[in-house]
Design a protein around this ligand. Structure first.
Ligand code: CAO
Length: 421
């Protein structure tokens, strides 16, 4: 039988009566030389107490909370043993090792599922790989200790490891803690509340819905609103339509597209896409427009709108809208857009928040024009006012630029002579 010896606390420098924060071994554990036995935690420092010998732990004398100093008895160890004595072995499967438990997938899942749940203030179990102080530090800084490589004995994570991990994360841009998954929609038995009818979503709605959801959740949207006085433009439009004598119907949307292209020329950041860390500024002006069809929303793209006059734009809009409603658009007719206009003017509404058509940077929503009283400095005048709602990606542009964009656009729509400038 190998001799049993006492393990006492070695010299720990100036520290005396230091609380035991964590006991890392239990009777029957096989320990190696230098394997941490205890963690001590004072106000100023946290330290592991390594085993001076290899052997089997016979009895642990120190408990969490005990105050220990140099020479305090920590545990009894049967030195020289390579493995646990046969009488202590059981038919139960061996418990997982410290590392196995620490890396156990379930533990990660739980940690990710409940990131905001406070960790217990009691001393952690032997399954953890860091002292309570390090756990507390990691918790305060939002660091998942499972991701931190420990440089301490047996791979234990030290404060310096957490600091190094944060420094690295800040450098490589991965510092932000992953957001928790949104809660799934609650499962409700609607039929329990009254009669219901179920209808499958069209394929188009499934596809466009997924894209809209992606845009809405990945792009920081802001919508800026502006009113355009289109009283004169509407008179002009009617005059043009009279001249067309039914050959071509020029809708307001054609003027809006024309004015939008001229505004994009003046504000190129809105005719762009984020591409990696760069902004890809497009030198082409392909304007998509949302079209309501029996199958759902589609966005045909008017190519090279900058090379067209209003009449040509009107003709192209009518042609593409008809093809959209008939479900005849080719994929190429819905690709390559650099900016989108979504007009609900023919339907109604005073303002709305269009969702940016990623990877574009901005989308213009157009609501229904209405006659409103506008103060001209001396009296209220009845003016036809068109509400504009520009949604934009705040990663690329800011509010001042969006407000200027809208003012420029409203200026052209308010006086189409500006299109000549
Ligand atoms: N204010 C007042 N009247 C408006 C208007 C506005 N902003 N925009 C259009 N109108 C009028 C038109 O002038 C037209 O009247 P007239 O026949 O007297 O000229 C009437 O409303 C119908 O216009 P329209 O909708 O047929 O034509 P359009 O060029 O304005 O729009 C299209 C074409 C394809 C964009 C449209 O049919 C459509 O599908 N709109 C829905 C877009 C949509 O769903 N957007 C939301 C996307 S997010 O879900």
């Amino acid at each position: 039988m190998d001799p049993v010896s006492e393990v006492r606390l070695p010299d720990i420098g100036e520290f005396t009566e230091v609380p035991v924060a964590e006991v890392l071994v239990a009777p029957g554990d096989v320990v190696e030389v230098e394997q941490p036995l205890l963690t001590l935690e004072s106000d100023k420092a946290t330290m592991d107490v390594p085993s001076p010998a290899a052997g089997v732990v016979v009895e642990v004398l120190a408990r969490v909370g005990d105050l220990v100093s140099r020479g305090s008895r920590i545990l009894l160890i049967r030195s020289g043993a390579e493995e646990a004595p046969p009488e202590e072995a059981s038919s139960e499967p061996a418990p997982p090792s410290v590392d196995e438990v620490a890396e156990e997938p379930e533990r990660r899942v739980l940690a990710a599922d409940f990131p905001a749940a406070p960790a217990p203030e009691t001393a952690p179990s032997t399954a953890t790989r860091a002292s309570p102080a390090v756990h507390r530090m990691a918790r305060e800084l939002g660091v998942d200790l499972h991701l931190v490589e420990g440089s301490g004995l047996g791979g234990r994570v030290r404060k310096s490891d957490v600091q190094a991990f944060i420094g690295q994360a800040l450098n490589d841009g991965s510092a932000a803690a992953p957001l928790p998954e949104p809660l799934p929609a609650p499962e409700v038995d609607f039929a329990a509340f009254g009669p219901v009818e179920r209808r499958p979503l069209s394929r188009l709605k499934q596809v466009s819905g997924a894209r809209l959801h992606r845009s809405w959740t990945t792009i920081p949207h802001v919508t800026s609103h502006e009113d355009a006085d289109i009283t004169d433009l509407e008179a002009f439009r009617k005059e043009i339509n009279r001249e067309q004598a039914g050959e071509l119907r020029v809708t307001l949307l054609a003027f809006v597209v024309k004015a939008a292209v001229l505004t994009l020329r003046a504000f190129p950041d809105f005719n762009a896409s984020l591409d990696g860390g760069e902004l890809c500024l497009k030198r082409y002006y392909h304007v998509g427009f949302a079209a309501d069809t029996p199958r759902g929303l589609v966005v045909p793209v008017l190519r090279d709108a900058d090379r067209m006059g209003v009449l040509e734009i009107a003709g192209e809009l009518a042609r593409l809208a008809a093809r959209a409603r008939a479900g005849e658009l080719a994929p190429s007719e819905m690709q390559g857009g650099s900016f989108t206009v979504s007009s609900l003017g023919g339907v109604g509404g005073t303002a709305f928040t269009p969702i940016v058509n990623a990877p574009e940077v901005a989308i213009l929503g157009v609501s229904r024009a209405a006659v409103r009283p506008v103060w001209d400095g001396a009296a209220f005048q009845p003016r036809l006012i068109l509400p504009l709602s520009l949604s934009w990606d705040h990663r690329v542009v800011d509010g001042a630029a969006a407000a200027r964009f809208n003012l420029h656009l409203a200026g052209i729509l308010g006086d189409v002579r500006r299109a000549l400038l």
